[in-house]
Design a protein around this ligand. Structure first.
Ligand code: MG
Length: 362
């Protein structure tokens, strides 16, 4: 077998000799032979394919450690790994796109040439939280006020105080008049307080026992500004928007199964019965990633928002939720019916619903 010099191999693979030496040191691409006396590296022609793959993955921006993993896989598995990597890149980009859209909406809202001439809007709302039919206690917290809507789903031994503390920390936003320009900072500060409060209730006791160490909560909340709703979302509680007769889920679950769906490794049908479907990727709690999704929604008269914990979405099909939301004008009746549907389906989890209508102010 004719081995290629590093120069010839570099030319054929479009990688520089310097890069080839680096990849050798990192174990990405080991030469077929290294001369024991001179240290010259020589490569086999059939290594060209792997060298080209490394070069393309570098161009994709994949970290070296991950490239090493891909190169060790069979082609089919390698393809899956590249797909998963790219899905992660797109998810990260989507999160930054949301933040950019938030800022654009916010700045446009301040632009006097884009001021609205429509009637002032207000919220009509109701909240209901229920233990369900199986659990011994309710660890969910649901809240609705004239400016704040929130659902939190606590977990672990201190789950109930954790969800209550998280929502409580946001309630100061109801009474504070937040200048529009400070909205993002005010939300971030409130989230910081919520996180501290959750850590406070979930910290180990004086006796050193850390039974509560894994306690935490999801937090999904909307803050009304008078013309817009700012959304803060961490975990797997959800927000749906009913607009023009159609129901849209406007939050993305921060769960392991959702990331597997995003990466194309799991179908939504498989996810529904996945044993770890409630495993969270993000939450408010010690050691958890608490990065929030933040978004600003323009309110329209006639819009109806539903915030709910997974105790509703897991057992009540979307078409039933749509039927209740379109057929029940009063928010109080709507939340009662939705909680009733979850309990009629066995009520396996705590269930919380907040329904809020955007209405023209009388
Ligand atoms: Mg739950």
């Amino acid at each position: 077998m004719e081995l290629l010099t590093i120069g010839a191999f570099a030319k054929a693979s479009r990688l520089s000799p310097k890069a080839l030496r680096l990849y050798d040191e990192l174990g990405l691409l080991t030469p077929a032979r290294v001369d024991p006396d001179t240290g010259y590296r020589r490569y086999a022609p059939e290594q060209l394919e792997q060298a080209r793959l490394v070069a393309w993955l570098r161009r994709l921006g994949m970290p070296l450690a991950r490239i090493r993993r891909v190169c060790a896989l069979e082609p089919g598995e390698a393809a899956g790994e590249i797909r998963a990597y790219w899905a992660r890149v797109e998810a990260d980009t989507a999160a930054r796109r949301d933040l950019a859209a938030f800022l654009v909406d916010h700045l446009n809202g301040k632009d006097p040439t884009m001021s609205r001439t429509t009637a002032p809007l207000a919220l009509r709302y109701a909240a209901l939280s229920d233990t369900g039919r199986v659990r011994a206690s309710n660890q969910d917290t649901a809240y609705a006020g004239s400016r704040l809507l929130a659902v939190a789903d606590g977990y672990g031994a201190g789950g109930a105080p954790a969800s209550a503390a998280a929502v409580d920390a946001l309630r100061s936003l109801e009474s504070e008049t937040v200048p529009a320009g400070d909205l993002l900072n005010a939300l971030e500060d409130a989230l910081g307080r919520a996180e501290q409060a959750v850590h406070g209730v979930a910290s180990p006791g004086d006796d050193g026992a850390d039974a509560d160490a894994d306690a935490g909560t999801t937090l999904t909340a909307m803050l009304w500004t008078g013309s817009q709703l700012a959304l803060v979302h961490i975990g797997d509680s959800r927000v749906h928007l009913l607009r023009d007769g159609e129901l849209f889920q406007i939050t993305h679950d921060h769960t392991v199964v959702q990331s597997l769906i995003d990466e194309g490794r799991l179908t939504p049908e498989e996810a529904a019965s996945h044993p770890q479907r409630s495993l969270l990727l993000r939450a408010l709690g010690r050691g958890a990633d608490s990065t929030p999704d933040l978004r600003l929604h323009d309110a329209r008269a006639g819009d109806r928002y539903l915030l709910c914990s997974d105790g509703l979405s897991t057992v009540v099909p979307a078409e039933d939720v749509l039927r209740v939301l379109t057929g029940t004008p009063e928010p109080e009746a709507a939340v009662r019916e939705l909680v009733g549907l979850a309990n009629a389906s066995g009520g396996p989890d705590n269930v919380s619903c907040v329904v809020a209508d955007v209405v023209a102010q009388a």
